[in-house]
Design a binder for this molecule. Structure first.
Ligand code: GDP
Ligand code: IMO
Ligand code: MG
Length: 416
């Protein structure tokens, strides 16, 4: 049995919480794309862990985490994260595997990402983690992969070529200081020593796991509207965030996914630039940000907030093959007297990522439930208006809400 967990909005839907919650019934948790731009939060009884590179189901001690070929990998972020996780489970390293095919992020990727965001007009509102620049190198076929770390001579040659090209760009185009090759070389050779026992052929590892009837949970980062093909381009990330990305990013066949769980907040948020049809800059949006603590888990930036947009979910559910919804942060709406939901657009048949800046949402209003629901664990216990809201979402998305999250903690879930 395998499932994919995918974000149906612009990221930060609560995938971390959902994967951690579901992973208790799985053997393998595989991340298929993205890198340290992700910030997946897991809230335990007395602490909070934010995952960037490592699959976030690994706090369940039955789970082996795989960082797939489709990911871009920043060794420094990885080791910082690993050290932190070792405080919870000193043996966690034994349960982490990293693809030999995944591309490495280097300091020049991060530097160029930062310069573009801060000093040029090419601003996307990225996380400045070097993600887009590393994927550019991958597709330009000059990138360096995890497997390259283990052939010193070849690594040095490739690094020299890359640094001389990047230094040219840094100096001639961005008027910045060049980077020193030897420092980077030594650092990455040191990483190589520390990484080598974790590096695997992920395609082989996963096909053996499937052959052995292991249960696999595929974890998407970001959200479908940040997908490089089907998101609100160019305000997207540089990878395939949709569920098909699991095939591309892990070398598993399309039939490897049995079920798809789409994660959506009970409202909508977005970080960075780009269109957002239901964005609410009034008091309501500010209230959502305050009650939902809507600040980026990776960058700390305030997230833009607004009502739930059913057309978005209809679109992203379609391109991801979503069968069930995991609705998160329902508790955050408990302070609203009236809840607005965008059910369609007045000027378009459906969500159109090409013209998302022109879409005019049509709202319906339903009365709020005005009650703390964060301690509730049964659907029947929810206030009538909260149930009505869930049913309303089901009606307008055409999907069943199978799980409802009512708090950040692991156990704050209602199974419907
Ligand atoms: P991800 O990137 O999709 O994993 O989401 P993030 O971790 O970036 O953001 C989700 C935030 O909401 C985190 O701070 C979570 O701890 C928190 N969270 C998740 N589910 C719930 C929920 O049902 N209620 C509340 N109040 N917070 C939640
Ligand atoms: P998780 O996995 C929300 C956004 C950035 C920016 C755009 C491109 O936590 O949901 P990038 O650094 O990827 O080149 O930035 O994508 N972005 C995210 N927004 N959650 C994320 O990840 C994101 N990862 C990237 O804000 O708009
Ligand atoms: Mg996040």
């Amino acid at each position: 049995m395998s499932i994919a967990v995918v974000g149906l909005q612009w990221g930060d839907e609560g995938k971390g919480k959902v994967v951690d919650y579901l992973a208790k019934d799985f053997d393998v948790n595989a991340r298929y794309q993205g890198g340290s731009n992700a910030g997946h939060t897991v809230r335990l009884a007395d602490e909070q862990v934010i995952f960037h590179q490592i699959p976030c189901g690994v706090l369940n001690r039955n789970v082996i985490g795989v960082i797939g070929a489709g990911c871009v990998f920043d060794p420094q972020v990885f080791f910082d994260e690993l050290e932190n996780l070792k405080k919870i489970d000193p043996h966690i390293e034994k349960r982490i595997k990293i693809s030999r095919f995944c591309h490495l992020i280097f300091p020049y990727h991060i530097l160029i990402d930062k310069i573009r965001e801060e000093k040029t007009k090419q601003k996307i509102g990225t996380t400045k983690k070097g993600i887009g620049v590393a994927y550019e190198d991958k597709y330009a076929r000059v990138g360096m992969r995890m497997g390259d770390l283990f052939d010193r001579e070849l690594f040095e040659k490739k690094l020299r070529m890359n640094i001389s090209r990047k230094n040219l760009v840094l100096m001639e185009i961005y008027h910045a200081e060049p980077l020193a090759e030897s420092e980077i070389y030594n650092k990455y050779m040191n990483y190589a020593e520390r990484l080598k026992h974790m590096v695997v052929d992920d395609t082989r590892f996963l096909s053996e796991a499937m052959h052995d009837k292991k249960n696999i949970i595929f974890e998407g980062a970001q959200g479908a509207l940040l997908d490089i093909n089907f998101g609100t381009y160019p305000y997207v990330t540089s990878s395939h965030t949709i569920t098909s990305g699991a095939g591309i990013g892990l070398g598993v066949p399309p039939c490897a996914i049995d079920d798809v769980i789409g994660v959506t907040k009970a409202y909508t948020t977005r970080v960075g630039q780009g269109p957002f049809p239901t964005e609410d800059n009034s008091e309501v949006g500010q209230q959502l940000r305050a009650s939902g603590h809507e600040f980026g888990a990776t960058t700390g930036r305030p997230r833009r907030c607004g009502p739930f947009d059913a057309s978005i979910i209809r679109y992203t559910a379609r391109i991801n093959g979503v069968k069930k919804l995991f609705l998160t942060k329902l508790d955050v709406l408990s302070k609203l007297d009236t809840i607005k939901i965008a059910v369609r657009y007045s000027n378009a048949e459906e969500f159109d990522p090409f013209h998302a800046d022109k879409l005019r949402p049509v709202y319906e209003k339903i009365p709020g439930f005005c009650k703390d629901i964060s301690h509730m664990r049964n659907f029947d216990d929810l206030p009538a208006n909260a149930k009505k809201y869930v049913t309303f979402i089901e009606h307008h998305t055409g999907l069943e809400v199978s799980y409802i999250s009512v708090g950040a903690q692991r156990e704050a879930v209602i199974t419907k």
